[in-house]
Write a protein that binds this ligand. Structure first.
Ligand code: MN
Length: 217
């Protein structure tokens, strides 16, 4: 039996709707800009910008209806509603959820200007609220939307993604070996904006368990 200097940290996991089991999370990958401003035009692959990826630590997840705390070192916290896919033993999605990619936009803007990494802008504590997984996918053109204090701020369709889930999984697989327990935030549509302490966020993708939380002071 291993004798630990420190106790192993708890494993991150997601609830599964209508299922007593949980999904153990290994890594969180996130896709950068992945929605066209207009209805997607069907073009050659070469005409599409390549998706790019960043990561968040697995323990950045906020699950089971918990409320994230407004993070330190920012005055411009942004919401980004996203489809989250969960990778199973086959290396393909086995679960789908609604997530919010919380972003310290001021730190991201500074990082972009200086050509520095995004970790502090994207991978901070409690930066990844995520709803329960569905074991059935949403419709390919399901509505995705986010409201703040009852006012709709983002409203789009999954079919507006530049790279669909199959394309994202294929591209990520050229960069990493996707393994059971990996989840991917697949990018956000237009309409991102700031959150303040006390704001109530409701994030919905039709066909999936909804996600809601309050930003704690
Ligand atoms: Mn995002």
């Amino acid at each position: 039996m291993t004798d630990w200097l420190i106790a192993p940290p708890p494993a991150a996991s997601l609830a599964i709707a209508d299922d007593a089991r949980r999904f153990a999370v290994r890594r969180i990958y996130c896709v950068g800009q992945n929605y066209a401003a207009h209805a997607r035009e069907m073009g050659a692959d070469a005409d599409r910008p390549d998706p790019f990826f960043f990561t968040k630590p697995a323990d950045a997840l906020v699950v089971d209806g918990a409320d994230p705390t407004y993070p330190p070192s920012t005055s411009n916290l942004h919401y980004e509603v996203e489809l989250v896919v969960a990778i199973g033993e086959t290396g393909q999605p086995v679960g789908w959820a609604v997530g919010v990619d919380l972003t310290r936009r001021d730190l991201q803007s500074a990082a972009k200007t200086k050509g520095r990494p995004w970790d502090a802008a994207k991978g901070f504590d409690q930066s990844a609220p995520c709803g329960a997984l569905s074991l059935k996918p949403p419709a390919p053109d399901a509505a995705i939307r986010l409201s703040v204090n009852g006012e709709v701020r983002q409203s789009s369709r999954l079919s507006d993604m530049i790279w669909d889930v199959d394309g994202i999984v294929a591209k990520a697989g050229t960069l990493w070996k996707l393994s059971a327990g990996d989840i991917i935030f697949t990018g956000t549509p237009e309409g991102v904006g700031p959150l303040n302490p006390g704001d109530r966020v409701e994030a919905v993708i039709d066909g999936l368990p909804p996600l809601s939380f309050v930003v704690r002071a």
